[in-house]
Design a protein around this ligand. Structure first.
Ligand SMILES: Nc1nc2c(c(=O)[nH]1)N[C@H]1C(S)=C(S)[C@@H](COP(=O)(O)O)O[C@H]1N2
Ligand SMILES: [Mo]
Length: 415
């Protein structure tokens, strides 16, 4: 477990709450404290004794890939909900969870070369001076699927579960930028969050990424303070987060305090070098070209997941199987989804629903029958509105192991 004490500055040495309110505790816990009104004043709930373990508020079958920093993935069958609940949402941290969140004084600053004048907003300004919007937005880590590449690439070995689709509420970034005033030199935005580098050196940046101004100004690009109708859980960016659906989730900055409007491509931590970039031209697996031959990953590729049943199901002979899952396509829309039980030889069309809103994932379902007893694999393959489909086994290999959108497969034994 992480040896740091992410809540230490919230509590004094005797474990009494220093700053805060029930709202903070609720957010840290990811749920309400029932009978909170009967808790002794300044009482420290047991769960906070020692350190915050982000797994305390996660489903027990979540898979820890790394605990320093925390990287936790969701097994595909746990992604079955229409909207991903907090306890089944993957965690991808590059640094340490912030130790003290001063909600009462939290501010968002808009600055950078291409704002008319820097401007600062309190949380209350954001909540009261702008119109709030709620969208379901897919956040998929650029490294999701990395474990499927051969030769193996370094980094967290995500399988299928570095993806979520929660319901985010906040204000449109475009409304804030209109209020602050930007100039026509604006090219990109970059975010800054409050997390600490693993070295605990406050001068070392953790991650500061962004998107072109056109993507930043889309209706669905939110500065969010709520997830699934509640405060954003601490580990997912409490109290404020940039949420940009359809692009690598690394552009959705957690613990957000500043957005810079840049007159050039943002050059913050993990924007440069080979981070979140792939070779411009296809490379032979294992070949790592110089950084100048890489491009920034923008919209994520078409992808889908089978969320029911869990791989390994034993099904009685003669019984139909009702499969289901989700499909998403970055900035595009998934148009069709097909399933195969014979290693891709023949395909059966599934029922694929429209997204709840742009950049939300889409639910699909299909009933399949198996001709004989024995071992089968069920494959799901989505196609986007430009006719691009998922590769069946492995897409173009790349040195950092990004954007593996190969078909998800599950094993079924008919007995
Ligand atoms: N401040 C900050 N924002 C961040 C990160 C981070 O380490 N620090 N990780 C990014 C990456 S790489 C991903 S994939 C998503 C993960 O979001 P989640 O942990 O809420 O699922 O957050 C992004 N935003
Ligand atoms: Mo990520």
């Amino acid at each position: 477990m992480d040896s740091t004490q992410p809540t230490s500055s919230l509590f004094n040495r005797r474990g009494f709450l220093k700053t805060s309110s029930l709202a903070t505790l609720t957010s840290l816990l990811g749920t309400n404290i029932v009978f909170a009104d009967r808790m002794p004043k300044n009482y420290l709930p047991l769960v906070f004794d020692g350190q915050i373990d982000p797994m305390a508020s996660k489903h027990k079958n979540m898979v820890v890939l790394n605990d320093k920093p925390w990287n936790v993935e969701t097994p595909a069958y746990l992604l079955d909900d229409a909207v991903t609940p907090a306890d089944k949402m993957f965690i991808r941290n590059n640094g340490l969870i912030p130790e003290s969140i001063d909600v009462a004084n939290w501010k968002l600053t808009i600055n950078g070369e291409s704002v008319k004048a820097p401007k600062t907003y309190t949380l209350n300004d954001l909540k009261t001076k702008f119109k709030p919007y709620t969208y379901q937005l897919v956040l998929e880590c650029g490294g999701n699927g990395r474990a499927g590449y051969f030769p193996k690439t370094s980094g967290n070995q995500w399988t299928e579960g570095g993806v979520s689709c929660a319901e985010w509420t906040g204000v449109r970034l475009k409304d804030i930028l209109a209020d602050a005033g930007i100039t026509d030199t604006a090219v990109y935005i970059g975010y800054y969050g409050q997390d600490l580098h693993l070295s605990r050196d406050p001068k070392q940046p953790v991650i500061s990424r962004g998107v072109p101004i056109t993507k930043a100004l889309e209706d669905e690009t939110l500065i969010a303070w709520a997830m699934n109708g509640q405060d954003i859980p601490l580990v997912h960016g409490y109290p404020l987060r940039l949420v940009v659906g359809g692009w690598p989730a690394s552009v959705s900055g957690k613990w957000l305090h500043t957005i810079a409007v840049r007159n050039k491509v943002h050059d913050g931590a993990k924007m440069t070098g080979k981070s979140y970039r792939v070779p411009i031209h296809p490379v032979q697996p294992g070949v790592d070209p110089p950084a100048s031959e890489f491009r920034i990953i923008e919209s994520m590729p078409i992808k889908s997941v089978i969320t029911f049943p869990q791989s390994g199901l034993e099904l009685p002979m003669g019984q139909q199987l009702s499969l289901r899952g989700h499909a998403w396509a970055g900035d595009r829309v998934a148009k069709e989804l097909h399933v195969s039980i014979d290693f891709g030889e023949t395909w059966q069309k599934a029922d694929l629903k429209a997204p709840k809103n742009r950049l939300a994932w889409q639910h699909w379902a299909a009933d399949v029958s198996f001709p004989t007893q024995g071992y089968y694999e069920v494959w799901a393959r989505a196609t986007d509105d430009k006719g691009v489909s998922q590769p069946m086994v492995m897409p173009q290999w790349n040195p950092e192991g990004y954007i593996n959108n190969a078909c998800h497969r599950i094993a079924v034994k008919v007995v």
